[in-house]
Design a protein around this ligand. Structure first.
Ligand SMILES: [Zn+2]
Ligand SMILES: [Zn+2]
Length: 407
């Protein structure tokens, strides 16, 4: 019985830590207990440990820990991937060996399909390098998405890759390259989730959820004959009913052992994770943004709440800037006595990218909370994201089709 209690505690702790690790950094959960737990585990506790170590060992333990943390979190490594594959393979083997003799063929037939799916999508996610940008595919990446001049601007240079960052791309320090339509770097697949492998990532999440759901169902179908539920003489609201239910549950656990009951319990407690993550990505698709972009939108929301965000018409602001430059050039020519054409040849010409949705908006944030100096009449204070167009959002269905076709 103690072994089962420990198994349950272990399973719950694993599930909780996985949940916090996966969801804690999401901007939407920043101000929730999940976000706080993530900060507690990743910032507050390590900081306290650092202070204690500096005081008592001169920081020796910290140096070792920093090397380990650097390897775990700041270098590309397959540890999470190996842990996931070990857990999946180990649980499946343990479960099937014990449960197969008790299952009829209709329940056995789906097993190979359900079980092979996560391996297939993991393989496709891990090996995908199509989104890595290089000087050869850079030109075509520049023609995939237009700049929205809000989250992505054409003057953003990647100093590592030495080219202008295409719209919606991001440089990943772990992969060491700029990634097309970068969603996020995923430790789980030890790779970046980008334009082409995003669909495999979604299918991976979904298939893990399904494998857990089916595993929990099989575990239940093996154990349920031993669970004598529904025959209680007590009502739902009586304490004895729940005590009986608890006893029946523990009895079934003792019959199923770790291989059937333990694995089933692990499946059922961790199942919300892939499904919740899958649902979160469906929400992102609905909103027409990547995880990277959701963080950028969240930063803009903070700036709007602080009252330092300003919105203007791009065509008007650019015409104003062009006119000002021309005036400065004319004045300089007059001072030096030269006669020369008024030119703004330093301005890089932005390549035209055909795209169904257009916007003439431009957004800036100022450090002092005042409208940009000398252009006060061109800007309006932006107080809500509702005032801003997201040109990458083409509607749920079109966004979904684009994601599933790798566009
Ligand atoms: Zn780069
Ligand atoms: Zn990466």
């Amino acid at each position: 019985m103690i072994a089962f209690r420990n198994t349950i505690i272990l399973v719950v702790v694993i599930s909780l830590f996985t949940f916090i690790a996966l969801f804690g950094r999401l901007p939407a959960l920043r101000k929730t207990p999940i976000g706080f737990s993530h900060r507690l585990l990743c910032i507050y506790i390590p900081n306290a440990f650092r202070r204690v170590d500096t005081r008592y060992t001169g920081g020796r333990m910290n140096a070792g820990l920093a090397r380990l943390t650097n390897y775990l979190f700041h270098q590309k490594n397959p540890l999470v991937l190996l842990l996931f594959l070990t857990l999946l393979t180990g649980s499946a083997l343990l479960f099937l060996r014990a449960a197969l003799p008790h299952l009829d063929s209709t329940k056995i037939i789906p097993i190979p399909f359900v079980l092979l799916a996560p391996y297939t999508f993991t393989y496709l996610c891990v090996t995908s390098k199509t989104d890595y940008l290089n000087p050869v595919n850079h030109a075509s990446a520049m023609r995939q998405y237009p700049y929205d001049h809000i989250l992505f601007r054409p003057d953003n240079l990647c100093r590592t890759c030495n080219f202008v960052k295409p719209a919606r791309s991001k440089h990943c320090s772990l992969c060491g390259v700029c990634v097309a339509r970068c969603d996020h770097h995923c430790a789980w697949i030890n790779n970046c989730v980008g334009r082409h492998n995003y669909r495999y990532f979604l299918l991976l999440l979904f298939s893990i959820g399904i494998v857990e759901l089916y595993g929990a169902y099989l575990s239940w179908s093996v154990l349920s004959p031993h669970l004598h539920l529904g025959h209680s003489s007590y009502g739902w609201f009586e304490k004895q009913y729940w005590a009986e239910l608890g006893n029946a549950f523990v009895f079934a656990m003792s019959i199923g052992g770790i291989s059937v009951a333990g694995v089933g319990l692990l499946a059922i407690t961790t199942m919300p994770l892939p499904f919740a993550l899958f649902a979160y990505h469906l929400y992102l698709i609905w909103a027409g943004m990547t995880t990277n972009e959701s963080a950028k939108w969240s930063d803009w929301r903070d700036d709007m709440a602080d009252g330092v965000a300003w919105i203007g018409k791009r065509s008007v602001v650019e015409a104003h800037n062009k006119e000002r430059k021309a005036r400065q050039l004319r004045n300089r020519n007059r001072m030096s006595g030269l006669a020369g054409p008024v030119s703004d040849s330093e301005e890089p010409e932005e390549e035209y990218v055909p795209w169904p949705k257009h916007s003439d908006q431009i957004l800036v944030s100022t450090t002092d909370g005042k409208a940009p100096t000398g252009q006060e009449q061109l800007w309006e204070r932006c107080t809500s994201l509702d005032m801003v167009d997201n040109i990458y959002d083409l509607g749920f269905w079109d966004n979904f089709v684009a994601v599933m076709s790798g566009k």
